[in-house]
Every structure is written in structure tokens, then in C-alpha cells.
Design a protein around this ligand. Sequence first.
Ligand SMILES: [Zn+2]
Length: 97
Amino acid sequence: MSEQERELGVVRIWQEDAVHLGVVWTDGKQSSFDTRLLRQLCPCAVCEADRQAGRFVVGDDVVPLRVQSVGNYAMKIVFSDGHDTGIFEYAWLHERG
Ligand SMILES: [Zn+2]
């Protein structure tokens, strides 16, 4: 992990609309994330196991209910389908935003 990635943080995060999250990063970059896509890409062990078993299904109507910071390196998104174990690392998000 580079020096820059270690220091990467969130200055501001807000909900742009029902499904989009806006993020301003400490390096000045601004990102917009479709949380339905993040739900699809959820890196947690449960989703990973479901994907491998071919039974990973996410509804189209899933919206984010809450966003919590995890340590100083990631955020957790609580989704309306009850899923709350997805930890999205800042470096991973920053790369995709
Ligand atoms: Zn998951």
C-alpha cells in the first residue's frame, strides 16, 4: 500500500438521490457511486460465498439506508434488503469512483 493510499480519507459524503452517494476525498477527487452497483460488488464473505455457489441475487429496488465509517480506511453501507456486512475500502472505492 502506498503512502497516498494509507492517507486516503473522506472529507464529505452525502446522498445525492435515492441510490447515489457522493464522496469528496482528501486528495480533492469527487466521486459518485451507484449504490446498487456497490451492492452487486459487495466484497463480504456472505456475498462471495453466494456468488461462488451461483445464488447471488440482488433486487433492483435496493437502496442504501445508512453509511458508517469503519476505522479510517473503509465505509459500511447498510442496505434496504437488510444487508449490512459489506465493508467498502476507501482505496477500492477511490479507484472506481
Ligand atoms: Zn455482502
